[in-house]
Design a protein around this ligand. Sequence first.
Ligand code: ADP
Ligand code: MG
Length: 245
Amino acid sequence: MISLQDTVLTYPDGPTRLRALDDVTVTVDRNEFVAVTGPSGSGKSSLLAVAGLLIAPDSGTVTVGGVDVGELSRSERTAVRREHVGFVFQQSNLLASLTATEQLLMVAHLGGRRIRRERDRARELLADLGLGAHLDRRPHQLSGGQRQRVAIARSLMNSPSVLLVDEPTSALDQARSREIVTLLTSLSRERDVAVVMVTHDLGQLDLVDEVYEMRSGTLSRAAPPQWCTFGRPGVRKCTTARSAS
Ligand code: ADP
Ligand code: MG
């Protein structure tokens, strides 16, 4: 579970400061999949950076897995991030020289874990995400959609309780985008993870539980797409866009 309460984040901006997050309050439970839309520069990536403990806000409370991280030291915050948070970015950010399996083992290595024990887990994750035949391929031998799957598998290596995803489909065509967002939907359910996805891809919003809109640092719940009735968190009552049209 991830929760932001009255969160304000500013950046230096000449003589003044720019309010990138202006009193943001939001909670995303495990099993819940939330999308955040909004124009460029409205603060979406800043929201993920604060939620993922990469940046400490000026004020407000950030709670991850029930822990108020504002109370923690820097190194404790890093430990919470390693244990609880997975990131997926717009570009898959894979290392060109490493195979799919090695991309995941890198994370285990950075977390100080024994590579040998993690190898099976890495292979299993990749197979679960449909990459069983591509374990030993390097990024240039994979399609854009496959690379994004590797990045998602990598983000799951530490079994995060929160997955933060920044425009994962912006480089993909519609069919591949839909596959990736469908995958994120099932991950939120099956792996008991809170997923927050920033996206411009309005065509996939029927696959999420809640849609929020960011405007000039202010986050508000967007009107649901007409084919969705939003119920309790984790209870989706959407038909697919296709069956609604
Ligand atoms: P989005 O992801 O919605 O495009 P961002 O969160 O990246 O928005 O940026 C929100 C605002 O904060 C923008 O006006 C951007 O220029 C500004 N901003 C982002 N990062 C920094 C930074 N490191 N220093 C100064 N200003 C920044
Ligand atoms: Mg951004």
